[in-house]
Design a protein around this ligand. Structure first.
Ligand SMILES: CSC[C@H]1O[C@@H](n2cnc3c(O)ncnc32)[C@H](O)[C@@H]1O
Ligand SMILES: [Zn+2]
Length: 434
């Protein structure tokens, strides 16, 4: 057995307490063997956590990782105009190679900011899977289906691709990659395709992930055409099972919150994207009070504009209070849970908790900085004050992905250079200069 010990730090436990402890990891199984004192001499490899907080690796429950190439490409518009006028035309020019480069850039940013697992909806998924395999993270991947503006043949081919990808990649990268069937949203995929393909996804045994109730404009046509709220429509089509998870859930009413809670389906809250696109404020405290599993996600880097889950945590706390008109809403403990096991539970992963037998997915956060001084309450610091640059080490599946701020699985300089070149060429193609 090969072991790793993370020593001298303070460890955030699942009950939100913080204790001084070492963590011993079995690198062969990728699991936590023991959390206790005096484990410093036990590891074949050691990570220094003196003056640091050892937390579960952050879980980004909804992302489009390759959209890092479109970071800053189009800002300051609402969702529909942003997608139709800028993002979709540019994505029409993306090559498989671009998606690989964008994914590597996103994974680099995730590792540097303590994220160890994520759920992703995009296209050219084999490229994303290859990047995940190399970078060493854990991911639930899927091909996003859009059937509007396609003929029947094109629409069915897109849905077939999503099923095929889900079947083929589930369990790959030594089990670090899992998959889902991913209709883009309830308004961009036709009812007939949902009715045909959702049962096939069930047969394949994969969850369903989609955008839902993100903007008011997306709710109105479903209510008008179907006579029911979007999540009732989704439930009628079998898309609200316990393993399913939806992104956003901004405009959900009480009946939909109840549906989510009863179904056990997860919601991934994306506060930065919701603020930037002015989509609205999700009723996070009300969903949590009702027993809904709520996680956190960044969405893509073009609507955020970074992939830091610590930023997302702070945004979730701040926006949650504003939405509830209550400063006690979405407190630090809630945000910390959403950042870790809330997202993990929603997307169906075992990670997000530091305990014996759990996956060894963790981040070590440097506390010896001006903005984390004094240290009254480390859970408060994680929710409100810590930043991506405070992450010292990142470990996933027992493997060290970043040691002392140096990413070991990707060549940072090369990834950044390739991404800059690819983004410039993409921009030229999209504007018709090439
Ligand atoms: C078909 S792959 C996924 C698709 O989703 C687009 N996208 C990015 N951010 C959002 C968002 O906030 N709401 C809806 N769709 C979004 C992305 O550009 C891809 O085309
Ligand atoms: Zn999204």
């Amino acid at each position: 057995m090969t072991t790793l010990s993370i020593t001298g730090g303070r460890v955030l436990r699942p009950d939100a307490t913080v204790t001084r402890a070492d963590v011993l990891v079995d690198q062969d199984t990728g699991e936590i063997l023991e959390i206790g004192s005096d484990l410093a001499g036990e590891g074949d490899e050691t990570l220094d956590a003196e003056g640091a907080l050892v937390t579960p690796g952050f879980v980004n429950g909804h992302c489009h990782v390759a959209m890092t190439l479109l970071r800053g490409y189009a800002d300051d518009k609402p969702l529909d105009a942003w997608l139709q006028e800028d993002i979709w035309p540019a994505e029409g020019e993306l090559t498989a190679e671009d998606v690989r480069i964008g994914a590597e850039l996103g994974l680099l940013e995730m590792i540097k900011s303590g994220t160890t697992a994520f759920a992703d909806m995009y296209f050219h998924v084999p490229e994303i899977a290859a990047a995940v395999e190399q970078a060493g993270l854990r991911a639930r991947l899927g091909h996003g289906i859009v059937t509007v503006a396609k003929d029947d043949e094109g629409a069915r081919a897109d849905a077939e691709t999503s099923l095929e990808v889900a079947r083929e990649y589930d369990g790959t990268a030594d089990g670090r990659i899992s998959t889902a069937f991913m209709p883009h949203s309830l308004t961009t995929v036709g009812t007939e395709y949902l009715e045909e393909f959702v049962p096939k996804a069930r047969e394949a045994g994969v969850p369903i992930h989609y955008h839902a109730n993100e903007t008011a404009d997306e709710v109105a046509p479903i209510v008008e055409e179907e006579g029911v709220r979007p999540l009732a429509y989704a439930a009628e089509r079998g898309m609200l099972e316990p393993e399913d998870f939806l992104a956003h859930g901004v405009h959900v009413d009480d009946s939909e919150i109840e549906l989510l809670a009863e179904a056990g389906a997860g919601v991934i809250h994306c506060p930065a994207s919701n603020m930037k696109l002015a989509s609205g404020m999700a009723p996070v405290q009300r969903m949590r009070d009702a027993g809904v599993t709520v996680g956190l996600g960044t969405d893509g880097a073009a609507s955020n504009n970074d992939l830091s889950m610590l930023d997302e945590a702070r945004d979730a706390a701040m926006l949650g209070k504003l939405a509830a008109d209550d400063a006690s809403a979405v407190p630090a403990e809630a945000v910390t849970e959403m950042l870790t096991r809330g997202s993990a539970d929603a997307i169906g992963l075992e990670s997000g908790r530091l305990e014996e037998g759990a996956p060894a997915d963790l981040a070590v956060i440097d506390l010896e900085t001006a903005h984390l001084t004094p240290r009254h309450d480390l859970v408060s610091h994680l929710a409100y004050a810590a930043a991506a640059a405070d992450v010292r080490h990142t470990v996933c599946d027992g493997r060290v992905l970043m040691r002392d701020r140096e990413v070991l699985t990707l060549d940072e300089v090369a990834v950044r250079e390739r991404a800059q070149e690819a983004a410039e060429a993409l921009s030229a193609r999209a504007s018709g200069e090439e």
